[in-house]
Design a protein around this ligand. Structure first.
Ligand SMILES: [Zn+2]
Length: 379
């Protein structure tokens, strides 16, 4: 493990049985912090709305989230930006429709609003799509040589996420890692106060592509502890904004982002300390059947879940913060039917919430299982 101390590996790699070939991953020692993009199992990430272990060593930052690791403060925003869904609540419930299975991973203003309340330094920010305008801060000529079809969007200023740009300007993180456009691109943003953000996006994880980068943080921070730790200010923000979470399609807009008071942050610190919970507990529990590679890629798309689960990790975190569970869309599963292979009782119980396997058309290229997003007409 020691050779990896102070190092973050960012790469693209499939997880969750889906082809999230463009999700940015930050590997921290044996850990990996991830944000969701447009290729993940959205129902599973919804269970972990405020973050949690999607697998024993892979920590999902949540739809928005902040953690600390080895002295680094790491923030992230999941999803991709679509203006028409930005002000929506998280109304999408399983079973998803053709429209909701796409809008479910579109960024919501409330999650950005929470991140805008952060004060203090952010060392690393993770997002799936690029912040708007970032292309102008790197080698644009080379980018357009490799991706000529981006020219129109770049010239129109429509490439990338406006809330991403807003967060970049507000938080001025030392590093920003993203993905989505399937090309390696580095940029350097100079902020008005003299600070800088080093931006890096990487290519798909395929032979011959530039999908891996070693970043050494030794120069910017001290050592340890090498555990993922809660961020007290972030948890105080979750407490202060809990009532704003909406499962309605068109909720009232969130109020302007105000920082939380030092007293609120200290109350969270004391609460965590009294519970011995400064480190994020390793409380992963499998809640869905695992990917079975021997079933062949025709079945890799899985089945549409029919009802929601309450993830114990989310319940535990909300309990610690004294917050009610507010993520049910009203289709909570009471599972009776046993189905399929399973590795433990929990999975056997939950397997019945997945619908019957429907025959799927044979795919031409198993590396490309996409939800085409841009040609969806909205409700
Ligand atoms: Zn993407």
């Amino acid at each position: 493990m020691l050779p990896f101390v102070h190092r973050v590996f960012v790469r693209h790699k499939p997880i969750l049985g889906a082809d999230c070939h463009s999700a940015p991953f930050a590997f921290l020692l044996i850990f990996c912090s991830v944000v969701g993009g447009n290729h993940e199992a959205s129902n599973y990430l919804w269970e972990l709305y405020h973050g949690g272990w999607v697998a024993p060593n892979i920590y999902f930052l949540g739809h928005a989230g902040v953690v600390n690791f080895g002295g680094l403060r790491i923030a992230g925003l999941s999803g991709i930006y679509k203006s028409q869904h930005y002000d929506w609540g998280h109304h999408e419930a399983v079973p998803y429709t053709e429209a909701s299975m796409r809008s479910v991973y579109h960024i919501r203003s409330l999650d950005v609003n929470r991140l805008l309340r952060l004060t203090g330094n952010v060392d690393v920010f993770l997002s799936h799509d690029w912040p708007a305008g970032i292309a102008a801060h790197g080698n644009l000529h080379e980018l357009l040589r490799r991706k000529p079809f981006l020219k129109e969007e770049i010239e129109a200023g429509s490439l990338g996420s406006p809330p991403g740009a807003q967060l970049l300007q507000a938080l001025r993180p030392s590093y920003w890692f993203a993905a989505h456009l399937h090309t390696k691109f580095a940029a350097l943003v100079l902020h008005g106060d003299g600070s800088t953000t080093r931006f890096l996006s990487l290519d798909k994880c395929l032979p011959g592509r530039q999908f891996l980068q070693v970043v050494d943080f030794e120069s910017i921070h001290g050592v340890g502890p090498f555990q993922l730790r809660y961020d007290a200010e972030w948890l105080a923000i979750l407490q202060a904004t809990h009532s704003l979470t909406s499962l309605h399609q068109r909720p009232p807009p969130p109020p302007p982002p105000e920082p939380v008071s030092r007293a609120c942050v200290e109350a969270v610190e004391n609460n965590l300390a009294s519970r011995g919970l400064q480190n994020i507990p390793h409380n992963f529990q499998q809640t869905a059947p695992a990917h079975q590679p021997d079933e062949g890629f025709v079945k890799r798309r899985g089945r549409m879940p029919r009802s929601e689960l309450r993830n114990l990790q989310t319940q535990a975190l909300l309990g610690v913060l004294g917050l009610t569970y507010d993520l049910d869309h009203g289709t909570i599963s009471v599972v009776t039917k046993h189905e399929g292979r399973s590795v433990n009782a929990g999975v056997r119980q939950n397997a019945g919430m997945y619908g019957p396997q429907e025959p799927l058309p044979e795919m031409v290229n198993p590396e490309e299982i996409d939800l085409p997003d841009d040609n969806i007409t909205d409700m």
